[in-house]
Design a protein around this ligand. Structure first.
Ligand SMILES: Nc1nc2c(c(=O)[nH]1)N=C([C@H](O)[C@H](O)COP(=O)(O)OP(=O)(O)OP(=O)(O)O)CN2
Ligand code: ZN
Length: 124
């Protein structure tokens, strides 16, 4: 089994709803998104998937969030989808899974809010 991981970053503002503390106020992060895929079969070039193609797919998706106010965008514009690192990780996971080549399995999406706090999502 091979597993590849690519990392992309985007900037976005958010505020946490129903949260007691500073994070209920409007503030921003440079979010780091780590995406891991896995599969068995390498192509003739010895690649599971070209890092460039994988990065491009992730970049296209997070481009929809870049320089945005997350609370205004679906699904984070509803009270049950606070724009937390957890909800971002599961949202990105679902979106990427739908776009991924069928020969690949999406292993995990990890979202770092800061260099020392992250949340990850995977399907068991
Ligand atoms: N489980 C989660 N907890 C928190 C989340 C989250 O997404 N999932 N998010 C926040 C806030 O967005 C906040 O911006 C980050 O909080 P915190 O780490 O406390 O803030 P700092 O970056 O300033 O960290 P310090 O280590 O205190 O400097 C809160 N919690
Ligand atoms: Zn925050």
């Amino acid at each position: 089994m091979y597993r590849l991981t690519v990392i992309k970053r985007f900037a976005a503002a958010h505020r946490l709803i129903n949260y007691r503390g500073q994070c209920s106020r409007l503030h921003g992060h440079t979010w780091t998104v780590e995406v891991s895929v896995q599969g068995e079969q390498l192509d003739a070039n010895g690649m599971l998937v070209d890092f460039r193609d994988l990065k491009e797919m992730v970049a296209r998706l997070i481009g929809e969030l870049d320089h945005s106010y997350l609370n205004e965008l679906p699904p984070f514009n509803t009270p049950d989808h606070n724009p937390t690192a957890e909800n971002l990780a599961s949202y990105l996971f679902r979106q990427l899974k739908a776009r991924l080549h069928p020969a690949l399995t999406l292993n995990e999406v990890r979202v770092w809010e800061s260099p020392d706090a992250c949340a990850s999502y995977r399907e068991e």
